[in-house]
Ligand binder design. Structure first.
Ligand code: NI
Length: 155
């Protein structure tokens, strides 16, 4: 495993649409392992492949709940409901947090590293993380959705 460099805002790779993973080969497995190590070191709750410079539909999420580390390959949000507004940030935009409204419950369908299609339903922070990371795969960043930026005292 290796820690990869996290791409920061301003790099055009973050605005690009990622390609579907056709085959879960050794490169994808290494990518997943490296992303996990990178996320652990950076201390965030999620990371999308374009954030480490790879335009593939791969994300990982770990909100510190009983799900542990969730690996999503070709994720697709198949249902969402409710609404939540809370602070959100991104490892590609360090130190900045803003309020973003997201669905409160989200169900995502994705392949795991063994190629099995799974459905995961998340609520609250997990729902928020799923939305945030899936947006990255379409070149969308949370800043476009911020309704209010938090100042230093609020962070
Ligand atoms: Ni992000």
């Amino acid at each position: 495993m290796a820690i990869r460099n996290i791409v920061k805002v301003g790099d055009s790779i973050l605005t690009k649409k990622c390609r579907t993973v056709e085959k879960i080969d050794g490169r994808i497995l290494t990518l997943l392992d490296d992303m996990a190590e990178t996320l652990e070191k950076a201390g965030g709750v999620g990371l999308a492949a374009p954030q480490v410079g790879v335009l593939r539909r791969v994300v990982i999420i770990d909100v510190g709940d009983e799900n542990g580390l969730i690996e999503l390959i070709n994720p697709e949000i198949i249902s969402s409901s409710g609404e939540q507004t809370d602070a959100e940030g991104c490892l590609s935009y360090p130190g900045k947090f803003g309020e973003v409204t997201r669905p409160n419950v989200v169900t995502v369908r994705a392949a795991d590293r063994d190629g099995n299609i799974r459905e995961i339903t998340g609520e609250g922070l997990l729902a928020r993380a799923i939305c945030h990371e899936c947006d990255h795969l379409d070149g969308k960043m949370f800043m476009e959705l911020v309704t209010r930026w938090l100042d230093d005292e609020e962070q």
